[in-house]
Design a protein around this ligand. Structure first.
Ligand code: ASP
Length: 306
């Protein structure tokens, strides 16, 4: 019998398309991906594994799933390349790691984990790649991360010399992925991984690799992974802003998230997040038309919300 309930939740990105407008086959693929990732993370927790191990494992499943915008299936930058970003944080130690602009790694969250284990907190591009290489994280040909769907999206913009605003290039969510978990010791962790925004300038850094913006975990307020308009989430220090309302103003988690999402909307964007509080309760809110997400609660019941 574990001391604490083991709980895991994850998201597959905030998006503009409601489930009712998506093809059934796509919906089924998202559902399957979320279920597989939840089961993988939950399995680790049930075997006594750590929260940080569980969120890494769950995110890895989604990075391998071409339907999500992380690892394989990442969106393309303006120059046609794929640059991935990821971060993770452990609540009871305060250890954290983030990487941005990483090329040629199928599992950017594993690259970020090397930073967590290292003395630094945030590494960019070749520095992050060099660290991961030195520590044996498997590399891949950057091209294998590009799916035909993402290539078509990019071509639709570039062949027409248009911008994202001119064309309907996507009927899918943005697809960033994230996970939060509580392990049997009550420890919390959060992880986020993304290919960023379609047609972003190479070198752009959004919220996802930044601790306090896209990812946060501590034992007092909870573990959070965000998704949405990353430039706005970054400028607002989204994750910390939510946690500050909980920690300093005693807001309930749902109210804190709601309030900060209103600030995101006021700034002209949208998004959402998943949060596990120190009691193991899961909170999943968004003000975007859609957010793919799901959880397995303390008694083992799976909920998928699409
Ligand atoms: N926040 C991510 C970014 O701006 C995108 C997303 O969550 O879909 O890179």
């Amino acid at each position: 019998m574990s001391e604490h309930p083991v709980v895991i939740a994850l998201h597959g990105g905030a998006g503009q398309t409601r489930a009712s407008q998506m093809k059934p086959s796509l919906l089924a693929a998202y559902r399957q991906g979320l279920e597989d990732a939840l089961q993988r993370g939950r399995g680790i927790l049930e075997q006594g594994g750590s929260a940080i191990g569980a969120v890494v494992a769950a995110v890895t499943v989604l990075e391998d799933d071409p339907h999500f915008n992380a690892g394989t299936g990442s969106v393309l930058c303006h120059d046609g390349s794929v640059e991935c970003s990821a971060s993770l944080m452990e609540g009871h130690t305060g250890r954290a790691g983030g990487v941005a602009g990483v090329r040629g790694f199928a599992h950017p969250i594993s690259v970020a984990r090397q930073v967590l284990e290292h003395e630094h907190t945030l590494l960019f591009g070749s520095s992050a790649e060099g660290l991961a290489r030195a520590r044996g994280v498997p590399e891949c040909d950057p091209k294998v991360l590009i799916t035909s769907h993402r290539r078509r999206q990019w071509e639709q913009i570039h062949l027409h010399e248009g911008t994202l605003d001119d064309f309907t290039v996507d009927d899918t969510p943005k697809g960033t992925v994230g996970a939060v978990a509580m392990d049997a010791k009550g420890h919390l962790a959060a992880a986020t991984s993304t290919g960023g925004l379609l047609n972003q300038l190479p070198g752009r850094i959004g919220d996802s690799p930044v601790i306090g913006a896209g990812t946060w975990a501590d034992q007092q307020t909870g573990a959070l992974s965000a998704t949405g308009d990353g430039d706005i989430l970054l400028r607002l220090a989204f994750a910390r802003r939510v946690m500050d309302l909980i920690e300093l103003k005693q807001f309930a988690p749902d109210d804190a998230i709601q309030q900060v999402l209103e600030q995101v909307a006021f700034a002209g964007g949208d998004g959402g997040c998943i949060l596990i509080d120190p009691l193991g309760e899961v909170h999943m809110l968004h003000n975007s038309p859609n957010m793919l997400c799901g959880s397995i609660n303390a008694v083992g019941t799976m909920h998928i919300l699409i």
